[in-house]
Design a protein around this ligand. Structure first.
Ligand code: PXL
Length: 265
């Protein structure tokens, strides 16, 4: 049987731990066929980002059309989109060319503080891309920007999820990794809240965790899991991948993407 076809629209991480590289490794671990539309190339390693070069929005569109018209796409995730023009182009393509599952990871800054999305692109992201999304997966700093509020408590987190949901997306998953204690993520689907909990793993080797998590959810959706189940399976996968992360390089090492994915055999 042919594999499910999953596309990432994101930036390249030369260090191989985040971005397109993390997404494609995750897709392989899930047994789906991975494809990429590259929006920008970063020169980076485990220590820092040395440079970022964006592709033209025209070339982003050409990559998308090339794979969509020939191979087809069962599910797509977006990651680093760099600027307002690329955000708009990706939103236009996704509204012209329907894809059953659209996961938007609203990537804004790298771990070291480097901007991966220009400030003036945030508004475009909210207005043009979020309304198309099956799921949006901000971390807390990203949720604070999207919801225009500070998040200090579980009640704040729920309020932020409600505000982000008003953009028109089907569901919002705010990742609680930046809060203290266990890593609790909160899903709001417009009707109710669900919590996804995992024990916090103490390691500095967490480069690419956000990318990997949203890629895993996308691959699960492509393979036919319902949204909550897909998040549950992805949460177990990411926890195991962090548990087996690798001290490669001198900074924040990558996860081990090739851990076993439960229920995806
Ligand atoms: O994790 C956010 C992220 C996304 N995309 C690319 C990145 C990073 C973080 O470094 O480099 C290309």
């Amino acid at each position: 049987m042919l594999p499910k076809r999953v596309l990432t629209v994101a930036g390249s991480d030369s260090g191989g731990g985040a971005g397109v590289q993390a997404d494609l490794k995750t897709f392989s671990a899930y047994g789906v066929y991975g494809m990429s539309v590259i929006t920008a190339v970063t020169a980076q390693n485990t220590c820092r980002v040395y440079g970022v070069e964006g592709l033209s929005s025209r070339f982003v569109a050409l990559q998308f059309e090339s794979v969509y018209t020939d191979i087809g796409v069962d599910a797509v995730k977006t990651g680093m989109l760099l600027n307002a023009e690329i955000v708009l182009t990706v939103a236009r393509k996704l509204s012209e060319c329907p894809v059953p599952h659209i996961v938007v990871d609203p990537v804004m800054v790298a771990k070291g503080g480097d901007k991966l999305l220009q400030d003036n692109a945030v508004d475009r992201l909210i207005r043009e891309l979020l309304p198309l999304a099956t799921l949006v997966t901000p971390n807390i700093p990203e949720a604070e920007i999207l919801a225009e509020m500070t998040i200090e408590s579980p009640a704040d987190l729920r309020e932020a999820a409600i505000r982000i949901h008003r953009s028109g997306c089907k569901a919002v998953l705010i990742k609680g990794g930046h809060l203290k204690g266990d890593a609790v993520d909160v899903l709001f689907d417009g009707e109710s809240f669900s919590r996804f909990t995992a024990e916090r793993i103490h390691t500095r080797h967490t480069h690419g965790t956000g990318c990997t998590f949203s890629a895993a959810i996308t691959a699960g959706l492509a393979r036919g899991l319902l949204l909550k189940k897909s998040i549950q399976v992805a949460k177990r996968y990411i926890t195991e991948a962090i548990g087996q992360s690798m001290a490669l390089g001198k900074g924040h090492g990558p996860l081990n993407h090739f851990v076993h994915v439960e229920e995806m055999d």
